[in-house]
Design a binder for this molecule. Structure first.
Ligand SMILES: C[S@@+](CC[C@H](N)C(=O)[O-])C[C@H]1O[C@@H](n2cnc3c(N)ncnc32)[C@H](O)[C@@H]1O
Length: 271
């Protein structure tokens, strides 16, 4: 059985490839190659319950890129902390941001050692990006990490990306408290971009998908619009607010079936 040994930073020492992991399932849904049989089995279960899951993954990714372009081009952000990075795909956050302006600095944070290894290999090296192996459930460790401190100036506005990751934090782990801790460390004028699965729109499907994720390393917790809006407390939401991801500042035709996408996304400015 293949294993991947953590080198630092997290509670567990090892992740087995025998258990599905959200990062690799997401990679499979996006058509990537960095996934294993266990990931594909659970991802196929997800697809049986929710045939829209591939479209959801793609549209979530497109939301991420539109949000990053907005943050850099319109909000003037020059530093980004991206927690829940995912396995590198065609366009990554620093590439999207640096296409707008090359001096943007990005720290990638993920708790999956495979993601971290890929991120270290593919996403760093220019001096303007760094990868950190850390867990969102330990926000102080992220904020205090030497690579974060080296690249991010906490006296200047920062964009915090929590895209399709907070739904892997259970209620008892206090996701709102975690987001608040991170936002409180950032100066006024910083931004939060967040997307999150919801049970509001297709509750039966969402329940079946949640059940499938019980076999993965991180269970999925879908939340209502009002519960997700809480993560933006202390922020002014940028237009059009917290909406289904394809409808957040769309830059082209919305895809067929976009109404079935049960992920909300939004961008807020810390006030
Ligand atoms: C669905 S992917 C989203 C990737 C990317 N943000 C995007 O939206 O395209 C979720 C990512 O969050 C990471 N993740 C899940 N739980 C996490 C946690 N507690 N701490 C840090 N990363 C986590 C997974 O390893 C995975 O890479």
């Amino acid at each position: 059985m293949a294993t991947f040994v953590r080198t630092s930073g997290c509670a567990a020492d090892e992740i087995t490839m025998a258990t599905a992991h959200p990062a690799r399932m997401y990679d499979y849904l996006l058509g990537g190659k960095d996934n294993y049989p266990a990931d594909r089995i659970v991802a196929e279960q997800v697809l049986r319950a929710a045939p829209e899951a591939r479209l959801m993954a793609r549209e979530n990714r497109r939301f991420l890129h539109r949000a990053v372009r907005f943050l850099v081009a319109e909000a003037g952000i020059r530093q980004i902390i991206d927690i829940g990075t995912g396995i590198p795909a065609a366009d990554n956050v620093h590439q999207t941001a640096q296409k707008v302006t090359p001096d943007v600095r990005v720290v990638y944070v993920d708790n999956d050692p495979l993601v971290h290894a890929h991120a270290n290999a593919l996403l760093t090296g220019t001096g303007r990006t760094a990868a950190v192996l850390a867990d969102l459930r330990e926000p102080h460790k992220i904020l205090d990490h030497p690579r974060v401190r080296h690249l991010i100036d906490f006296t200047e506005p920062v964009a915090l990306l929590l895209v399709a990751v907070v739904h892997f934090i259970r209620d008892e782990e206090d996701p709102a408290g975690i987001v608040r801790t991170l936002l409180d460390a950032l100066p006024v004028g910083s931004y939060l971009a967040l997307s999150h699965a919801t049970g509001d729109l297709r509750p039966i499907t969402a329940a079946q998908v949640t059940e499938a994720y019980d076999a993965a390393t991180s269970p999925l917790t879908v939340r209502s619009h009002s519960a997700i809006a809480v993560f933006f407390n202390g922020c002014d939401l940028v237009d059009p607010g917290l909406v289904q991801v394809p409808t957040w500042q769309p830059d082209g035709k919305r895809p067929k079936g976009y109404r079935n996408i049960w992920i909300y996304g939004g961008v807020g400015k810390r006030i």
